[in-house]
Design a protein around this ligand. Structure first.
Ligand SMILES: Nc1ncnc2c1ncn2[C@@H]1O[C@H](COP(=O)(O)OP(=O)(O)OP(=O)(O)O)[C@@H](O)[C@H]1O
Length: 261
């Protein structure tokens, strides 16, 4: 099995704060990871490193076989799909939904004078269909609901056919129906062997889609536990990570957590 991510002693410091503290993490081909942890644990910072958007202050981060600091990140980034709130804010609200997905082929966020071939066009259509939003292709992006936007953002992140797909809190701001639709779409993606390696950051165990295989549980810039999902997602580990006594339940492929009484 080849290594898709290999982080060794990855540390990020800003001023006097240590945001990531000597993180070791390996991800292999075919794995689907959840990154879970409380606010401020360092999840987004970790994702910025593996997205080749940030370099560690110390330690080594090898992403898709390339070690950050020794590689041209502009060659590496198209191989990584990223969907995050920060990127979503840069999408022009006046753009047609189809173009929001299509422009990812050139790594831009607004259609200008680039020309796209029929294959690109077809791929954008297929991705919108895969996430159940193909009927919105001609709508203006700014008129979509939050749940519809989230699905368009994931379709966009897949446009370059990445080897690694990073999703930073794709369920944030969704209502119950929107969350359940997203969980179903991500579950389908997870169970397709042709899908890239997936890393899905969330705060909520209820958002873990069936088909995800591994869990990285973070706490205060470090790792509380990491490994196969069913081994790591225990009441003890979750209680330690979130700093309160929790009970965990598992059924029908889904997870639930609540405070212990
Ligand atoms: N540039 C920076 N300078 C100083 N502190 C920072 C900087 N960037 C992030 N931090 C701090 O690092 C910590 C981790 O932030 P990060 O956004 O990675 O956490 P997170 O787990 O994604 O949190 P959340 O769940 O709230 O989104 C936070 O306490 C944050 O305030």
């Amino acid at each position: 099995m080849s290594s898709v991510l290999d982080l060794a002693g990855v540390t990020v410091r800003r001023g006097t704060s240590t945001i990531l503290d000597s993180v070791d993490w390996q991800v292999n081909e075919g794995e689907r990871w959840i990154v879970l942890g409380p606010n401020g644990a360092g999840k987004t910072t970790l994702l910025q490193i593996v997205a080749a958007r940030m370099h560690p202050t110390s330690g080594t981060a090898t992403v898709l076989g390339s070690t950050l600091g020794r590689v041209d990140v502009f060659e590496l980034r198209p191989r990584i799909g990223l969907s995050s709130a920060a990127l979503a804010e840069r999408l022009p609200t006046g753009e047609a939904v189809r173009d929001v997905v299509l422009t990812a082929a050139y790594g831009v966020t607004g259609r200008w004078t680039e020309s796209y071939d029929e294959l690109d066009d077809q791929r954008a259509k297929d991705l919108l269909a895969a996430f159940g939003v193909d009927h919105l292709a001609d709508r203006t992006y700014g008129t979509l609901s939050e749940g519809e936007r989230k699905r368009v953002q994931i379709a966009r992140a897949l446009m370059t056919d990445p080897e690694l797909l990073l999703l930073d809190e794709p369920g944030a701001g969704l209502d119950l129906g929107g969350r359940e639709e997203l969980v179903a779409a991500l579950s389908e993606l997870a169970s397709d062997p042709a899908s890239p390696v997936l890393v899905h950051v969330t705060h909520h165990v209820e958002e873990i889609p069936p088909g995800f295989t591994h869990l990285l549980l973070m706490k205060k810039g470090g790792i509380q536990a990491a490994g196969p999902l069913e081994e790591v997602l225990t009441a003890d580990n979750l209680s330690a990570a979130f700093g309160l006594p929790l009970v965990v339940a598992h059924g029908g492929g889904r997870w639930l957590a609540r405070a212990a009484r």
